[in-house]
Design a protein around this ligand. Structure first.
Ligand code: IPM
Ligand code: MG
Length: 369
């Protein structure tokens, strides 16, 4: 039996509740798919500031380094707003990404048909859209130096090296091959030298992937095109800050930020987290939408543990629960039944349990056949 070590970082706000839901789904996976997950929990974010004085301790980083994957809830909240800038929960997140070398951030925006009405965009614009935002996560203006502020000015630096652009471009082209074979490289080469450089390096890497279609777009136009006609995109590859912004836009295509999972991948480590934040206004009330966290656990099964059947089972279960009309408050609409976090978790568990027997039989037959 395979056995994996996971570091669990529930974080702040709704983090612990949604993490609990995801771990129960993983427990079911381990029963059904002959695998065990050992969980080791660590403090990260505001809760770590409260206990340790800093959002991310070296000990937590080391735990993450020692594990096969990291599952994270969400960090932050207004009670830590008065922390000095370098000690805010968000800075802990940036340090974690950097320490683990998580340069490739995958943010899929998949439209569940059942949620076509939840978006502020027209169903006719959305139907069939399926976008993977590949955001560079450890470089660009988030990490460049010099940086700083004094009373007269504030400054940051945007740099990209060849190696940084090459590896994220490869990630994007490789992913496109498993999807619809299209990559859009998004930059601002009409203004920024760093973007001219980005464009050239992506074009060079493209020569290794002649079978994949590449097009380019300025980031301002891309923001417009995402809401005008999202179906034109397959894989989007872009720098850290543009990816931050565009992935929030693509999230709204799915109707709710509460639906989106993500993967942050490096050479050695991988971290999975929902795209949404800590939603402190509903924390502890059993109202949070656990689906992005459960989806993040499914992405982990897919990308790190190469268990596509288990991942598919979870994605399908989520789709079915939505088809059946169950919604947490954030995605509720007319004629749907509002359920709590734990009810939503149980519905997903039930659908998974229903499917797992069939899937296991199919996997067994594929090995034998
Ligand atoms: C995200 C968030 C973070 C980012 C913040 C919390 C530092 O917005 O993961 O998209 O900007 O990367
Ligand atoms: Mg963001």
């Amino acid at each position: 039996m395979k056995s994996y070590q996971l570091t669990i970082l529930p974080g702040d706000g709704i983090g612990p509740e949604i993490m609990d839901a995801a771990l129960q789904v993983l427990d079911l996976v381990s029963q059904e798919f002959n695998v065990t997950f050992d969980y080791e929990e660590a403090l990260f974010g505001g809760c770590s500031i409260d206990s340790n004085g800093v959002p991310l301790t070296d000990e937590t980083i080391e735990k993450c380094r020692q594990s096969d994957a990291v599952l994270m809830g969400a960090v932050g909240g207004s009670q830590w707003d008065n922390q000095p800038h370098e000690n805010k929960p968000e800075q802990g997140l940036l340090k974690l990404r950097e320490s683990l070398g998580l340069y490739a951030n995958l943010r899929p925006a998949t439209i569940y048909n059942a949620l076509l009405d939840a978006s502020s965009l027209k169903p006719s614009v959305l139907r069939g859209a399926d976008i993977m935002v590949v955001r560079e996560l450890t470089g660009g203006i988030y990490f460049g130096s010099p940086r700083g502020m004094d009373k007269d000015k504030g400054w940051n630096t945007l740099t990209y090296t060849k190696e940084e652009v090459e590896r994220i471009a490869r990630t994007a082209f490789e992913l496109a091959r498993k999807r619809n074979n299209r990559v859009t490289s998004i930059h601002k080469a009409n203004v920024l030298e760093s973007s001219q450089f980005w464009r050239e390096v992506v074009e060079d890497v493209h020569k290794e992937f002649p079978d994949v279609f590449l097009n380019e777009m300025y980031v301002d136009n891309a923001a417009m095109q995402l809401v005008r006609d999202p179906k034109q995109f397959d894989v989007i590859v872009t720098q850290n800050m543009f990816g931050d912004i565009l992935s929030d836009i693509s999230a709204m295509i799915t109707g709710s930020l509460g639906m989106l999972p993500s993967a942050s991948l490096g050479e050695k480590h991988a971290l999975y987290e929902p795209v949404h934040g800590t939603a402190p206004e509903i924390a502890g009330q059993n109202k949070a939408n656990p689906l992005a966290m459960i989806g993040s656990a499914a992405m982990m099964l897919d990308y790190t543990f190469e268990m596509p059947e288990a991942a598919g089972m979870i994605y399908d279960a989520i789709g079915e629960v939505l088809e059946l009309g169950f919604r947490t408050e954030d995605i509720a609409s007319q004629n749907t039944s509002v359920v709590s976090t734990t009810e939503m978790r149980n519905l997903v568990l039930e659908r998974c349990a229903d499917k797992s027997d069939t899937i296991i039989e199919m996997v067994r037959m594929s090995y034998e056949g």
